[in-house]
Design a binder for this molecule. Structure first.
Ligand code: DQA
Length: 143
């Protein structure tokens, strides 16, 4: 099984950006955690990060025929991007939405998740562990 893991804008700034919200661990730490989880679960993981909406849409489209499932933290695009929602619907692969912080307890503009509407699973406010849980849920779902 191959899982494509997509991280949206500013997640490459983890460890630097708003540590009170996102913690001190870096994006490299997150990638290491994701690789460890993939190994433990016995799956292949492709890790992708982009600050640009179009690149994320293209990556989702390319997942068709090359990945079995998608874990996505669309970051700020969560709350704005119908294009990412449409891309997830277009490929119709099982997908899990992840947010490091608990967006449900944050600003009003973070209360809508477009991408989440195309996701089977949601792990919100669990930090890095949310990604691990998302991968586990997709592996179980694929059996
Ligand atoms: C985030 C939450 C989003 O609202 C925010 O724009 C992010 C990160 C999270 O992981 O908590 O960049 O997706």
């Amino acid at each position: 099984m191959k899982i494509l893991i997509i991280n949206g804008p500013n997640l490459n700034m983890l460890g630097i950006r708003e540590p009170g919200i996102y913690g001190r661990e870096t994006y490299e730490d997150l990638c290491r955690y994701l690789r460890e989880q993939a190994e433990t679960l016995g799956v292949e993981a492709e890790i992708f990060q982009s600050n640009s909406e179009g690149d994320i849409v293209t990556k989702i489209q390319q997942a068709l025929g090359s990945a079995d499932a998608i874990v996505i933290n669309p970051a700020a695009y969560t709350h704005t991007s119908v294009a990412i929602l449409d891309a997830l619907k277009a490929v119709a692969l099982p997908a899990a939405e992840v947010h490091l912080s608990d967006v449900t307890k944050r600003e009003a503009f973070r209360q809508i998740s477009y991408a989440g509407m195309a996701c089977k699973f949601h792990f919100i406010g669990m930090g890095f562990e949310g990604y691990g849980e998302a991968m586990k849920a997709l592996v179980k779902d694929g059996k």
